[in-house]
Design a protein. Structure first.
Length: 635
């Protein structure tokens, strides 16, 4: 499979959004498209589907669109359900119509074979069984059952009508249908938005072993690092290709920029030197020839363009706390939270000055409710909640509600800080990217990212010593997230925040509250440490479960049977361990090759790069087969 756009462009009226698109999708590639908010990432996804948006770009190559072996492109543009009275399960099963039809055909043939066993009929039955297996007939039920569960739907939800779900849930159902339909090219625009960590981790594993090509627009760095093997960056209306994951892209971009800048500065110095010699001697008869040769040397040079600086325009702030809190910031003991006197979770933890606590877990089980309770928006149901001395808190609500959306940015800020001068207000707003006429925009026309910046700007200006932040990075691009990370890392106060961005959580939090369906656990440590211990805990629990099962089976089976059960379990466990080692070795091998590709001596050797990419493709194919086998053994 190959899909290629050569020297394309996209314009809206007189404005050029993308001026030179050279973009290629091959076979089973997993590709990321990254760039600042508003750079044209979503526009590119739409153009891949709607080719009529494309026109000739500014490059020298002839504009063309090339497609080979592309039967279907899947892109979640809007929610479309033909009949919203259908149940969730009925809607999902539409994806498997060919399998279901074949299943019925096989059933009819099986019934016919009971009374008619001629060779022609047997051959037909065998052929249809083979086709059924090839289409995934033996695994499709398990596939959609796992997907439905991981996306947060219950067993009861499967029989609910589509029109009984919320807008967000309907989006999830449409997304599930898209994933399970397995198009040749799967286009995903911010797929982790509104998914909890459990769903994101499932989606990661699903996409890693997805049998076709995937193109992802996302600001989730950990998500990209674990899936993609190629990155296209959009910056200054042009697209640049990088081989490797997101971390490799960042490294390559820095190396390329530094090399081009060094080459540019060296060449400019050489041009200046040659011009100085020519200017000095061009009017001296004995030196005129030599002077002209210097000018000719300059004319023969291939001029190196000065590289564009990184587009790092973002918000910044020196965050000063107005009042230090006491050592103990807050204590919660058997704190029951919920609505209408109905508890949905019970929490116990203590927080000390300077701690940074992340709240993570599945959607809908109390994370935001806890923050609202801590802030006093909703009353506690039971238990104890105490704040320490001199605690001054501020709360960021992910809904970002404003008192009056008809007000301008300037007026909204002035209402909170009426003692500041116009110059002071404009200076503070400027640090959060509200410059020039932007301060006179009405709240109602601001993007999600702009609203988040305005709220954070007001919160930080107040200088609280305790921050309660509910999904603060939801509408931010990667540069914005990095800026907020830097501010919060330097923050001397205490922080409690809800987030599904694992990279952000791992970078900021030193402790966590993990919300599960029937339990809330406090963990003193970083996210990576928690995941490592979670894997160890899972292994020990699995061993305990096996021991318990073996103990129970002793009274029900004879010794020989038990021996074979244990032997089979050992075989499976050994096989899983072997596969995990093989997968780890393959990942290391791929990482080593990617490191080879970004070495300076290889970066411009396209034949060498092609050979290395071919090796990566082969290793990815082997790893994909190993992952499928591993998944089948652990399920």
């Amino acid at each position: 499979m190959n899909y290629k756009i050569v020297n394309g462009a996209v314009s809206y009226g007189a404005e050029t959004i993308l001026e030179e698109i050279n973009f290629e999708i091959k076979d089973k590639e997993k590709i990321a498209i990254v760039g600042r908010n508003g750079s044209g990432k979503t526009t590119l996804l739409k153009a891949i589907v709607e080719n009529e948006m494309l026109e000739e770009g500014i490059g020298e190559e002839k504009f063309s669109i090339y497609k080979q072996g592309v039967q279907s492109i899947g892109y979640l543009k809007q929610i479309e359900f033909e009949d919203s009275t259908k149940t969730l399960l009925e809607e999902i099963l539409k994806v498997y119509t060919p399998i279901l039809q074949l299943e019925k055909k096989i059933s009819d043939l099986s019934y016919e074979l009971q009374s008619n066993t001629n060779n022609k009929l047997i051959k037909k039955y065998t052929e249809e069984l083979d086709r059924f297996e090839m289409l995934g007939g033996y695994t499709y039920k398990k596939e959609y059952e796992i997907a439905i569960k991981k996306f947060g739907f219950s067993e009861e939800d499967k029989n609910k009508r589509i029109d009984q779900f919320s807008g967000g849930q309907r989006t999830k159902i449409a997304f599930l249908k898209l994933l399970l339909s397995k198009p040749d090219i799967l286009l995903l625009d911010e797929p982790t938005n509104h998914l909890d960590i459990t769903a994101i981790e499932w989606l990661e594993n699903y996409l890693k072993s997805y049998p076709n090509a995937v193109v992802i627009v996302s600001h989730d760095r950990m998500f990209l690092n674990r899936i993609v093997n190629k990155v296209y960056e959009i910056e200054y209306a042009t697209i640049t290709e990088y081989i490797g994951d997101y971390t490799s892209f960042e490294k390559q971009k820095r190396i390329n920029y530094e090399k081009q800048l060094k080459d540019y500065e060296y060449q400019q110095a050489e041009i200046k030197r040659l011009k100085a010699i020519a200017d000095r001697f061009r009017y001296k008869p004995t030196k005129a020839k030599m002077a002209l040769s210097k000018l000719k040397k300059i004319e023969q040079m291939t001029i190196i363009e000065q590289p564009n600086r990184y587009d790092l325009k973002t918000f910044h702030l020196n965050f000063n706390i107005k009042l230090e809190s006491g050592k103990m910031v807050l204590s919660a003991k058997d704190l029951e939270i919920g609505y209408n006197n109905k508890a949905i979770a019970k929490v116990s933890f203590e927080l000390y000055k300077g701690q940074k606590l992340a709240i993570i877990g599945e959607n809908g089980i109390g994370k935001s409710t806890l923050l609202k309770t801590l802030n006093g928006n909703i009353p506690k149901i039971n238990g104890n909640l105490e704040y320490g001395y001199h605690v001054e808190k501020e709360y960021f609500d992910q809904q970002m509600e404003f008192k009056d959306v008809e007000k301008t940015v300037f007026d909204d800020f002035y209402e909170e800080f009426p003692n500041l001068t116009t110059t002071q207000i404009r200076t503070i707003l400027g640090t959060f990217l509200f410059t020039g006429e932007d301060v006179f925009k009405k709240i109602k026309v601001l993007s999600g990212g702009e609203k988040a910046r305005l709220q954070l700007c007001k919160i930080f200006k107040k200088g609280p010593n305790l921050l309660l932040l509910d999904e603060p990075t939801n509408h931010m691009d990667i540069i914005g997230k990095e800026s907020l990370e830097n501010i919060l890392k330097e923050y001397k106060g205490t922080l409690i925040f809800v987030s599904h961005d694992r990279y952000f959580v791992n970078k900021i939090a030193d402790s966590m509250l993990i919300f599960e369906t029937d339990n809330v656990m406090f963990f003193n440590g970083k996210y990576d440490e928690y995941k490592e211990k979670e894997e160890t805990l899972k292994e020990s629990m699995q061993i305990e479960k096996t021991v318990e099962e073996n103990t129970r089976n002793k009274g029900k089976s004879n010794t020989n049977n038990q021996y074979f059960i244990n032997k089979e379990q050992r075989k499976i466990k050994n096989k899983i361990g072997k596969l995990e080692n093989e997968i780890n070795n393959l990942e290391d091998e791929i990482r080593n090759i990617e490191n080879e590709m970004i070495k300076e001596e290889n970066s411009s050797d396209y034949i060498k790069l092609e050979e290395l990419q071919k090796k990566i493709d082969e290793l990815n194919k082997i790893m994909e087969e190993k992952m499928i086998e591993w998944n089948s053994l652990i399920s």
